[in-house]
Design a binder for this molecule. Sequence first.
Ligand code: S3P
Length: 775
Amino acid sequence: MGGTTPPNEARILIVGLGLIGGSLAAALRAAGFPGTPAEGSGPVEIIACDPDRSEIERGIEMGLIDSGDTRLTPLVEGATLIVLAVPVLAMRGVMAELAAALPPEALEGDSPRVAITDVGSTKAAVRDCALAAFGRLPAGLVLGHPIAGSEKSGVAAADPRLYVNHKVILTPAGETAPAAVARVKAMWCACGADVLQMDVDRHDQVLARTSHLPHLLAFSLVDTLARQDERLEIFRYAAGGFRDFTRIAGSDPVMWRDIFTANRDAVLASLDDFEAGLGRLRRAVEAGDGDAMLSIFDRASHARHYFDTLLNQTSYQAEYQMQEQGRLTFRAAPGGRVAGRIRVPGDKSISHRSIMLGALAEGITEVKGFLEGEDSLATLQAFREMGVAIEGPHQGRVIVHGVGMHGLKAPSGPLYVGNAGTAMRLFAGLLAGQAFDTELIGDASLTKRPMGRVADPLRLMGAKIDTAEGGRPPLKIHGGQALKGITYDMPMASAQVKSCLLLAGLYAEGETRVREPAPTRDHTERMLAGFGYEVQREGDTCWLRGGGKLTAAPIDVPSDISSATFFLVAAAITPGSNLVLEHVGINPTRIGVINILKLMGADLRLTNEREVGGEPVADLHIRYAPLKGIDIPVDQVPLAIDEFPALFIAAACANGTTRLRGAEELRVKESDRIQAMADGLATLGVEHTVREDGIDIVGSGKNSGKAKGASYGGGRIDSLGDHRIAMAFTVAALRAGAEIVIDDCANVATSFPGFTELARAVGLRVSEETQEVRA
Ligand code: S3P
């Protein structure tokens, strides 16, 4: 089962032949155990101990075990792996008996002769039993917990598939021998389970919330209803909702009494949280507060869907998938041609801002074209955690029930924004003005990115913010500070810093003025104006006065020019290509890529130019034309800041050298994009020279001695988890002489969900591959 080899044990002794122990025996049998005895070992056996002789007999009859007994001591000799599948409260007696029956050295050393594991639902209590029985934690003891079960009990209900694709949590201690952990892991893997590890206390807290509390509620609900209706007549009318909610109330009462006794404190803590939540809901129902109800139900409904995606391994918050996560690789076959008419997903920058301003506005904001990518979804989720009711997203439609400038509520924990630098920096400003404390955390890549650029000027405004060393995340923002407006001269051209300060400025006394060294995207200013908030600009400085209010307004998010760029470059470099990209945002602060490609000689036309919701859009027509290398004008750099990974590929296919300067900001994006691209270009054999603030790329035009039509070779490239690096090298395959394999591509979903499908639809030959990564 699960394609794994059976564990290399001579004799497995299962203590307690109920549903869990019996299913383990059944699964091991199905996995081909007993198999061939290991060299020099005795006969391979599964044996069992159970106080109920009829369970043993049944187990033998069903072919699950070879033999068994009601007494433990006579069975211990010769057992190499002992699995304790008894109720938690029986564990103390069983451990004491084992301690007496086993010579102490059997459980010690780097490779203990005997390994013992258990299946108890709480771990601290079992650990205490072991300490009491053995006087220490033996090296061969590996406490564990298969997260699987059924409301049925007894060996007759044994199911060989009970553990398939279920998690088994092992909780080894410092004293535990890694060799013993490996053996227990091998046993569970043979049953088809996914094995992970955590420490005992965390296990007990997690299980109290995710398993013990729901069982408690199910028992309580059914008991309460049954008491009210002694003849149980009421259950005749109960339908699916009752059945779904209460299935687990049919579970083994003794086992659950033991679990609640053993995990008392963690269960009580989770019950307190639950009672508080129930109280909030009760008050909302009592007061007929529809918004509060909607907010609670909406958050719950999304959390439930999120849980489903976790089960399906397609979570949008990959970091929260505990220790196991599939690694996504793109394989892009060389060659192809690009043709068609497509619409790429919504603009990421505008999507973030639509939720932020919609949440702070008075009234209901309807958003169309919202980017359902991980980054903007992280922003959306964070507002839900601050009590904002948000419906959707559903096919790009989101409805935000604004709570007004002072209506956000303290979230119950840190706000996780994943990979999204924009979310973290804009949130920093917005949250600095709130009455409550918050903490902003992100994934491993975001945790390396500089936040001093926002924390420093916010401190000048009177904000209190703690960062980790070097101004890195997490950001701890202390609420309740009186902010005052400042005039700030930005040291770098950054729309995120500008937007952060403007959002803080909404809460500050007086005017907040930001001067930018070069024009940066102005979506915040445009959207604020669209929400009726006056923002002024003179030359390179924009400003607003704090204390106003936002009024909800509809938002139509154009397609993201940064996502369109990959297809613009794809068509620009590939002979025979002809592509139309519809409804693309062409805000003048974003069109660097159009200007640069035109300078390189691209055949690119804009049609159907119009304005939607304060942002200009157009359809972009692009056809292949030979490109030439250029010196990229420095004033175009901030206007194309996210487009350089793709533009580097255009440069590699152009005739002559392309030189980029003044782009040091690329070094602090989702990766150091100058170095990451240079490394990839080196793999493909593209000549280049890295500069501190840019790069020189020697394009090889067409047919330069490589395979026909190829500009460079293929190879394996590490995207470093940077979505734009991954997509740029996918596009590069159109002009490669061999396959390009790109690793670590899961983050493409942060900005461009569905990228590979769309790429295939227009003619790229790219496929996805997931490699399992196990803890
Ligand atoms: C963004 C601004 C830019 C850009 C980022 C989105 C925004 O970052 O790279 O992808 O939405 O404001 P900087 O402000 O750091 O240049």
